[in-house]
Design a protein around this ligand. Structure first.
Ligand SMILES: [Cu+2]
Length: 466
C-alpha cells in the first residue's frame, strides 16, 4: 500500500529558516507559494499516476517507485523535490540509511509532456550542499545543475528553483552534480520521462511502460550506512534501491506491447537480459532510435550514465526471468568474499572442526547451490547471498533479478502480481528415468575431480546437541 504524506506542518515549520536568501534562491513570497512537498513512505510499486491536469499522456510505472504529483500554476507544471536523508527498505528487514528525495531513494519519477514549461523547487535538507543535474535534457546552461560551473551549490536549508521547457521527448535521469561521489553512493537519483505531445513517428504507443534505475551500494553486512568511497567493489546490486526477491515483478497481459526504460547510475555496466522474448532497443538518453537502426536482442548492455529503452510484444505466457547477466550482480552481500571450495576434500576435517565449532558446515565443495536453501545465521540487516523461493524451490538469486509475468487473464491496466505461472500439463522440464548409456572416453582423458566421493554437505537443521 502506498501512503503519500503531506508535510504541510513540517514544511510550515521550516519556512522561518529560509528568509533572506540571496541569488537564485527563492524569495520568501515565492516560497510561500510553492507546492507542498509530497513524501512517499512506501517502497512498493505505486499505481501509475494518471494526469488530471495538463496534456494527457500514458503514464509509466516505476518499479518499486512512484511519480511525483505536480501543481499547475499559470500554465507551468510545478514540482517540489526535497533532498534529504531517508531510510530505504532495500528488502524487508534490510534497511539502509540513504540520501534521497521526498522520503525515498531513488527520488520520485518526474513525468511531463514535450513542450511543458516545468518549474522544480529543490529544498536541501541534507547535511551538506547539493544541486540537481537534469541528465540528457535540452535546457538553458544555467539550469543544468553543475555546482560551481552553472550555479552556486544549494546551501543546507535553502530552496532553489529550476525552470525550463521540456523540449524533447524521451527518458532522462536526475542526480546531484555536487559532491557527486558521496551523494550518488548514498542513493541520490531519480527518473524523468518526457512524453511526446502528439503521435511521434519513432515513439510507439505501448500498453505497459515500466522504468527503473540501476544502482549499487557498499553496505557492510550488519551495518546500515553505505561506504561512500567504494569505487568498484559494491555488494548490494539494486534496481531502484531494491534487491531480489524484493524487486516487484513486471506483470503484463498476454499480447501487450511492453516498454521498459532502464537507467544506469552505478559505477559499472549491466547487461540486462530478458528470457522468452526478443526486444529491440528503441531509445537511449539521446532520444528514440530510428526504426531502421534497430535489431533484435535478448540482452542489452546499459553502460554507466546510459539509459536504454527496450520494447517487445509479451506473447509468451509464463514466468520469465529478467536480470542483469553479470552473475555477481544477481547475488546478495554475503557471497563475494567466500573462498572457492569446489573440489576441496574435507573428509577427516569436519569432525575435528565440529569438536571446536559445533555448528560448522561444509560448504561449497560441490558448488555453492546449497547456499540457496541454507539458513545460516546472518548479521542483522543484510541480504543473504542467494535467496528467493519459487514454486520449484530456491531460486539461488539476489540483487538485480526480477520476473516478467505474462498472463492471458491479466486485466488491462491491472499491475497486481498474478502469482506463479500454472504451466500447461507436459510443458515443464522433468526427470528422465529411462536407461542411460555411459559415454565412451578415450583412455588418455584426464581424470575428473573426485566429486562423486565427497562427503555430503550438512543441510540446515537444528544444530547438533539441540
Ligand atoms: Cu549488473
Amino acid at each position: 500500500m502506498n501512503t503519500i504524506h503531506s508535510r504541510r506542518q513540517f514544511f510550515a515549520g521550516s519556512l522561518a529558516g529560509v528568509a533572506g536568501i540571496a541569488g537564485l534562491a527563492v524569495s520568501r513570497s515565492a516560497l510561500a507559494g510553492l507546492p507542498e512537498p509530497v513524501i512517499q513512505s512506501s517502497a512498493a510499486t505505486a499505481a501509475p499516476l494518471i494526469p488530471n491536469t495538463g496534456r494527457p499522456y500514458n503514464p509509466v510505472v516505476t518499479l518499486n517507485g512512484w511519480t511525483l504529483p505536480w501543481r499547475m500554476k499559470d500554465g507551468v507544471k510545478e514540482f517540489h523535490l526535497v533532498a534529504e536523508p531517508v531510510v530505504r527498505e532495500v528488502a524487508p528487514g534490510f534497511l539502509v540509511n540513504m540520501w534521497g528525495y521526498n522520503g525515498q531513494s531513488p527520488g520520485p519519477t518526474i513525468e511531463v509532456v514535450e513542450g511543458d514549461r516545468v518549474r522544480i523547487f529543490v529544498t536541501n535538507k541534507l547535511p551538506e550542499h547539493t544541486t540537481i543535474h537534469w541528465h540528457g535534457q535540452r535546457l538553458p546552461s544555467g539550469m543544468d545543475g553543475v555546482g560551481g560551473l552553472t550555479q552556486p551549490q544549494i546551501p543546507v536549508g535553502k530552496t532553489y528553483v529550476y525552470e525550463f521547457e521540456a523540449r524533447r521527448p524521451g527518458t532522462f535521469m536526475y542526480h546531484p552534480h555536487a559532491d557527486e561521489m558521496v551523494q550518488m553512493a548514498m542513493g541520490m537519483m531519480g527518473f524523468w520521462v518526457t512524453h511526446p505531445k502528439t503521435r511521434h513517428p519513432q515513439i510507439s504507443e505501448v500498453d505497459r511502460d515500466f522504468c527503473f534505475l540501476l544502482n549499487a551500494f557498499d553496505v557492510e553486512p550488519g551495518s546500515r550506512t553505505p561506504k561512500v568511497n567504494t569505487m568498484t567493489d559494491f555488494n548490494i546490486w539494486c534496481w531502484n534501491s531494491r534487491v531480489f526477491p524484493a524487486i516487484d515483478s513486471l506483470n503484463v497481459r498476454l499480447g501487450d506491447k511492453v516498454r521498459i526504460r532502464v537507467g544506469n547510475l552505478t559505477m559499472t555496466n549491466h547487461p540486462i537480459h530478458l528470457h522468452g522474448h526478443e526486444f529491440t532497443v528503441t531509445g537511449t538518453d539521446g532520444g528514440p532510435t530510428p526504426p531502421s537502426s534497430r535489431w533484435p536482442e535478448v540482452t542489452t548492455d546499459v553502460a554507466v550514465g546510459q539509459m536504454r529503452q527496450v520494447e517487445f510484444i509479451a506473447d509468451e505466457p509464463g514466468d520469465w526471468a529478467f536480470h542483469c547477466h553479470k552473475s555477481h550482480h544477481t547475488m546478495g552481500a554475503m557471497g563475494h568474499a567466500v573462498p572457492t571450495m569446489v573440489g576441496v576434500d574435507h573428509r577427516g576435517l569436519v569432525g575435528k572442526i565440529q569438536q571446536l565449532v559445533p555448528d560448522y558446515m561444509v560448504m561449497g565443495e560441490r558448488g555453492m547451490a546449497d547456499m540457496g536453501e541454507m539458513e545460516m545465521p546472518l548479521p542483522d540487516n543484510t541480504a543473504p547471498m542467494m535467496t528467493g523461493t519459487g514454486p520449484y524451490g530456491p531460486l539461488e538469486m539476489g540483487g538485480m533479478f526480477s520476473v516478467l509475468k505474462v498472463r492471458a487473464d491479466q486485466k488491462p491496466g491491472d499491475y497486481k502480481d498474478p502469482g506463479w505461472f500454472k504451466h500447461p500439463a507436459g510443458t515443464v522440464a522433468r526427470e528422465y528415468t529411462g536407461p542411460l548409456a555411459e559415454a565412451s572416453r578415450p583412455p588418455s582423458a584426464p581424470a575428473a575431480q573426485p566429486g562423486a566421493t565427497l562427503p555430503k554437505a550438512r543441510k540446515p537443521g537444528p544444530p547438533a546437541g539441540h
